[in-house]
Ligand binder design. Structure first.
Ligand SMILES: *[C@@H]1O[C@H](CO)[C@@H](O)[C@H](O)[C@H]1NC(C)=O
Ligand SMILES: *[C@@H]1O[C@H](CO)[C@@H](O)[C@H](O)[C@H]1NC(C)=O
Ligand SMILES: *[C@@H]1O[C@H](CO)[C@@H](O)[C@H](O)[C@H]1NC(C)=O
Ligand SMILES: *[C@@H]1O[C@H](CO)[C@@H](O)[C@H](O)[C@H]1NC(C)=O
Length: 640
């Protein structure tokens, strides 16, 4: 094992790196050395890690075999550290955007977003195309509310029925850690009154929106069942006193906040399985994970119960579950959405993101929650908010997509084929008005190093934020989270600072890539959703190997604070969704939304298990109320 020798890498200056397609910088695959563990094994590992005698040695070995010593601890590099990935605002002069006034209220911004969309509220969706699978969108609800076809109260009642039904199924869905029927009905009644008076606040009025458990949302923490962050105990030490900023903004637009969705305990792995509150199942196949850590938010949107939900993305935690569950996942630039009221688990990599059935709906929710708080403003220029004119018939031209072949292709065969085809389709179908859409081949060196440096960073931040509680509450963690938390404590200040130097280095590397192209394109995950094991349900599960496969394209979004979006682009042979990811320059959300909008494939979508909130009087008699339109593998609805 070469226990005693781990010479560190000597990193050469970024200027000397060749980022072109024929660079001799080698692509290094993830090579995680850790067993898939649950149950007894997880307990034993936790015991070893926590033991005075073996703990230090075990951590040393883990760090050694996982190349932490080589890439980080013993590395030599000249860069200064970059502790927070905040980006000075640069006006990118993007095409087909409008500038939004910084003082606009959330409801005004939502209206401005609506004005940028091609479909107006007056036009109804093409009902002749109902064979095409479609979840209800924000515009669908709003139209039905305005016409009186259905009321927010009726939707809320059906919503509650559906959630109850979903937890009685042979394979229960476990969407929520906590939801309160009475509170939902109260909000829905108020919204219904507003529609009756002809005075809805915005298009979000009466729209059910779910919130990941780690984001504060009143009144949940004041009830007996208060639970935050997917743990059994955190509420005891961190009472929630009100809405997080993003939740308050949604509420001010009239949205119905329907509860706190399930997540992996403390967000520690991408499986999203929670030993205390169950595994949110994948609506495309309930025997599979929905992906984590925002697992409940992804599952509930995919199942058609909410057009959008909030998540938090500290290491892909919004984009991964969105991709595995076949929905849009959108993570804006670091600092774009205020973090206040979000559990501060890892504050320089984690931030609020949006999961939604369509790009349009992600955009509307983004419009409501984006924009700095006055208290966030530093001496630098506050970032301007631009919205993409998705209604424009002139597409944006001359956008260049960077693709790093060795990285792009380092995934399962079916994911690779599907993503390559989708990319080709994008280039062909949307030649950005005559200007030939270009994909530029590049080399992004040291991606595995960046993943390790991110891991060290998130570990140190979590260890610090939890440290005052852990002594007392360690034993209340699930075994999976407990092992992770033990490993989180393994890194010292040398490693932390080196990781921040690597952050600076990677920012330089990415800045150089962004001089060659506007957007980096990758698959979102290296594989599709994997099965939930029995043991995982009981004790939680750690699967670092599959975890790395799911995580491998995520890190730049978090470590470097870059905006990124995942769009569902197809399915594997088993019918499980595959996502394509676009990573943009800081503050380039409008360009990302333009591309994602163009990429959004509306034909041939497969059915997931879905609850459709439709009125009984709907023209569409095939799917009524909450009847389950359950999928068969070839996408035929089995309901009715
Ligand atoms: C690398 O770092 C580890 C831990 O800091 C140390 O034990 C080891 O001796 C170092 N190896 C070399 C070759 O410097
Ligand atoms: C698109 O929306 C903007 C903003 O509402 C509006 O000014 C513009 O006229 C619209 N363009 C088209 C082609 O509808
Ligand atoms: C980091 O924290 C965010 C919330 O701030 C959470 O969503 C994410 O899962 C955390 N990631 C890890 C790896 O702990
Ligand atoms: C991690 O947190 C523990 C408290 O749980 C603390 O004793 C330890 O020093 C921390 N480790 C580091 C490296 O900061």
């Amino acid at each position: 094992m070469g226990l005693l020798k781990a010479a560190g890498v000597v990193y050469k200056p970024v200027e000397e790196l060749d980022l072109g397609p024929d660079s001799n910088e080698l692509y290094v695959e993830a090579n995680i050395k850790a067993p898939r563990m649950s149950g007894f094994l997880a307990k034993m590992v936790a015991w070893i890690l926590e033991s005075m005698m073996f703990g230090t040695l075990a951590l040393y070995i883990l760090k050694r075999v996982n190349r932490i010593h080589k890439f980080i601890s013993n590395a030599t590099l000249g860069e200064p550290p970059m502790f927070v990935p905040s980006h000075p605002f640069v006006d990118l002069n993007e095409q087909q955007v409008i500038e939004i006034h910084p003082d606009a209220s959330p409801a005004e911004k939502v209206q401005q977003a609506m004005d940028c969309l091609p479909l107006t509220l007056e036009s109804s969706p093409d009902t002749s195309k109902h064979s095409c699978f479609r979840r209800w969108t924000i515009a669908d609800y709003s139209r039905a509310y305005r016409s009186g076809e259905i009321t927010p109260l009726k939707v809320a009642e059906r919503f509650i029925d559906a959630v109850r039904e979903s937890s009685r199924r042979p394979l229960p869905m476990f969407f929520f850690i906590n939801y309160d029927a009475e509170d939902i009905l109260r909000q829905a009644t108020e919204s219904t009154f507003r529609y009756e008076r002809g005075a809805p606040i915005s298009v979000l009025d009466g729209i059910p929106i779910a919130v990941k458990d780690e984001i504060d949302c009143y009144p949940y923490p004041t009830t007996v069942l208060v639970l935050i962050g997917g743990t059994k105990w955190l509420h005891k030490v961190r009472p929630c006193t009100g809405d997080a900023c993003c939740v308050a903004r949604l509420r001010s637009c009239g949205a119905i906040l329907v509860g706190k969705t399930n997540m992996h305990e403390l967000g520690v792995t991408p499986s999203g399985t929670n030993p205390h509150y169950g595994a949110p199942r994948n609506p495309y196949d309930p025997s599979k994970i929905s992906g984590g850590s925002s697992s409940g938010s992804a599952a509930i949107v995919s199942a058609g119960l909410c057009p959008a939900a909030l998540g938090v993305d500290g290491g892909g935690s919004v984009r991964m579950p969105a991709s595995l569950s076949g929905v849009i996942g959108f993570k804006p630039t670091f600092g774009r959405i205020p973090h206040s009221g979000v559990l501060p688990l890892n504050w320089t990599v984690g931030m609020v993101g949006i999961l939604a059935g369509t790009l349009e709906d992600a955009f509307i929710v983004y419009a409501a929650i984006s924009g700095q708080l006055p208290s966030d403003e530093s001496t630098t220029l506050p970032p301007k908010v631009h919205f993409p004119l998705l209604n424009s018939t002139n597409s944006i031209s001359n956008i260049k997509l960077a693709r790093y072949g060795a990285w792009f292709n380092d995934c399962n065969e079916e994911v690779r084929l599907c993503c390559s085809e989708a990319l080709q389709l994008l280039c062909e179908r949307y030649s950005w008005k005559g200007v030939i859409q270009k994909t530029v081949e590049v080399t992004i060196p040291e991606i595995e190093v960046m993943r390790s440096a991110h891991y060290v960073t998130i570990s140190c931040e979590c260890n610090t934020s939890l440290s005052s509680y852990l002594e007392k509450y360690r034993s209340e963690l699930g075994w999976d989270a407990r092992v992770v938390v033990d490993i989180y404590g393994a890194f010292d200040s040398n490693e932390y600072i080196k990781a921040q130097k690597l952050r600076y280095r990677h920012m330089q590397i990415h800045n150089k890539i962004f001089t060659k192209a506007d957007v980096i394109v990758t698959p979102t995950t290296g594989m599709t959703a994997y099965p939930i094991s029995k043991a995982a349900l009981k004790t939680g599960e750690l699967d670092y190997v599959n975890g790395a496969r799911i995580l491998q394209y995520q890190i730049a979004g978090n470590f470097l604070g870059l905006p990124a979006v995942t769009v569902p682009v197809g399915y594997d042979k088993a019918g499980l969704p595959i996502g394509l990811q676009f990573i943009g320059k800081p503050w380039s959300e409008p360009t990302l939304m333009h591309i994602a909008f163009a990429m959004q494939i509306t034909e041939n979508q497969r059915f997931s298990m879905i609850y459709l909130i439709r009125s009984e009087t709907s023209e569409d008699t095939r799917i009524l109320g909450f009847n389950m339109a359950y999928l068969s593998p070839d996408g035929i609805a089995l309901s009715n």
